[in-house]
Design a protein around this ligand. Structure first.
Ligand code: NAP
Length: 291
């Protein structure tokens, strides 16, 4: 996601200095005009606006607070925009260190897939000072057109976690519907076609639903990643006192997918868990799949 964001920033004419832990994976961006910094510290020291987009809270800690991390290079007056889906507590704990260096921080997680991003349709949820958001709005708009300020720092992360539980719960319900229709006598392909034309076809179901017929070569968001988000939701639910029964059940089904060796597939592979329990064949896998 971060690399594709850089591509959009470059295409909009912005100067980008980037860092990736595995430098070779950023070569295509260097070829497109990005300057590669050897450490997050040097990247942060080169810019007035810093974005981070990494896997999870542990990765954020590594790039922000590690040796030669972002915090050690952040310029006074800089804005640090954290876009990963991580715990609100991790964002809030960064704020003190960012402000001690004379900077400000926003949480700006995103909703949408790699395809949404490439189509220029990504949505941002933003937490933090509205005046700070105005300073970085042009950069965010170069990446995606929808920016919603949700409240003080950390609340965008909370909103993102609340949003993402729906992805997993929806795909589980979609899988149930396909398998029920199939076992009742309707061809799987026809059941998918009808559901995708029905009112249950959310934007996410429209692009991910067809995966139950054939998994993509590369997971768009694998089982590990969705379980990261489901765990964040269950933790937040426990801490604020909201029961999340559908999330808890879906998380268990994702654990079953892992148990079946399906971790690296897109999380739509949870279909296979239900298919196996129902005595029906799993989703088709790409011929070249090494998994
Ligand atoms: N993919 C989506 O559809 C989507 C949609 C919305 C939000 N998100 C969120 O966006 C974030 C990034 O997701 P993604 O799909 O872009 O994941 P990804 O393709 O797996 O990229 C993860 C990035 O984090 C880096 N990273 C991981 N652990 C690290 C560590 N310990 N130290 C330094 N760097 C580390 C990786 O570096 P290496 O290249 O060296 O491994 C890579 O640059 C996640 O929080 C995800 O939940 C994703």
């Amino acid at each position: 996601m971060g690399g594709r964001m850089v591509r959009r920033l470059l295409a909009a004419g912005h100067t980008v200095v980037g860092y990736n832990r595995t430098a070779a994976k950023a070569q295509w961006l260097v070829d497109a005009g990005m300057r590669l910094a050897p450490t997050p510290r040097e990247m942060a020291a080169s810019a007035d606006v810093v974005f981070s987009m990494v896997t999870d809270t542990a990765a954020l800690e590594a790039v922000a607070r590690g040796a030669d991390g972002i915090l050690s290079g952040l310029r006074s007056g800089a804005v640090y925009v954290e876009m990963s889906t991580v715990s609100p507590a991790a964002i809030r704990s960064l704020a003190g260190d960012v402000r001690a260096r004379g900077g400000d921080i926003l949480d700006a997680p995103v909703s949408g897939s790699v395809a949404t991003l490439d189509a220029g349709q990504l949505s941002f949820m933003v937490g933090g000072d509205p005046a700070t958001l105005e300073r970085v709005r042009p950069y965010l708009l170069a990446i995606g057109p929808t920016i919603t300020h949700v409240g003080p720092l950390g609340l965008a992360a909370s909103m993102k976690i609340a949003t993402n539980l729906g992805l997993a719960v929806q795909i589980l319900a979609f899988s149930e519907a396909v398998l029920l229709a199939e076992k009742a006598g309707i061809a799987r392909e026809r059941a998918v076609e009808v559901l995708l034309k029905s009112v249950v076809a959310s934007p996410m179901i429209k692009y991910r639903g067809p995966f139950v017929l054939g998994m993509p070569e590369e997971a768009w968001f694998n089982v590990d990643m969705i379980q990261k988000d489901l765990r964040l939701a269950l933790e937040l639910g426990r801490s604020v006192g909201v029961t999340l029964p559908a999330t808890a059940l879906t998380n268990e089904m994702m654990t079953a997918a892992r148990g079946m060796g399906l971790t690296e597939y897109d999380f739509a592979v949870v279909f296979d868990v239900l298919a196996r329990l129902s005595g029906l064949p799993p989703s088709a896998k790409p011929a070249t799949s090494a998994r």
